[in-house]
Design a protein around this ligand. Sequence first.
Ligand code: FPP
Length: 280
Amino acid sequence: MQSFLDSLSPADEDYALARALDPARLPAHIAIIMDGNGRWARRRHLPRAAGHSAGVPAVRTTVETCARLGLKALTLYAFSVENWKRPRAEVETLWRLLRIYLGAELPEMMRHDIRFGAIGRLDVLPTFVREELDSVICKTSTNRGLLLNLAINYSGRAEIVDAVRALVEDARRGDVRVDEAAISARLYTANMPDPDLLIRTSGEMRVSNFLLWQIAYAELYVTPTLWPDFTRTELLEAILDFQRRDRRFGGLHRDPLQNTIAEPSKLEAESGDFLTIRAR
Ligand code: FPP
């Protein structure tokens, strides 16, 4: 948080917003459905690909702001399994943009101590995309700041299927206790905090198969702004809005010092609500 405040001067348009943030109640993890690139382009009579290119600066600003704020994780929905249905040229533009972005942003990731990761069924991506992803994952692996996760060829349902398959596989080798922690530990996001805040641009009121398990207790922030127009100001406004929410996690009380997710799975463990699969 201090790094962010230090990067602003009092004359900066976001200075007052930044000062209004409560550093003790920042979301640990923000997830974003970056929607509206196509509409942004259509309004300008441009090809859809131009909308995706125009979305890249918004990605850059969002990543840098989250890193400077000191958040633990930021997950961006870059490509869903359903996106393969789009025209081939558009899909290829997205891969090209991704490669350019990763190449260009590596120095910035190192400068801001960002660890890069990718989630989704990555094995079917074009080889050049996989190689670029692996290279940036490897080069940033010892960084300790923000974890920047790109969801690519991602589906929340497929992720849960993959986790259950892994669980069944593990059960062949030894006893497995089936509870929420066992599923969470086998998701692509194992060892990450669940998102506290889910932002969706372009006004659609849907979660679109994104992090279905992990957003169980996330606060939702939907803005009509199209992704290429999403600014640092709006990101700060979303975080301020989040800080005004009363997060009860199904209970009644609010602990004003604790606005991030408590462990619902602890309740499950206490209630004895689990099953054990025994290896044969
Ligand atoms: C949804 O808008 C957006 C996408 C499918 C791709 C997101 C890609 C970027 C923001 C640019 C590249 C990303 C990185 C990480 C470098 P849409 O096309 O569905 O918009 P529409 O609903 O208005 O048609």
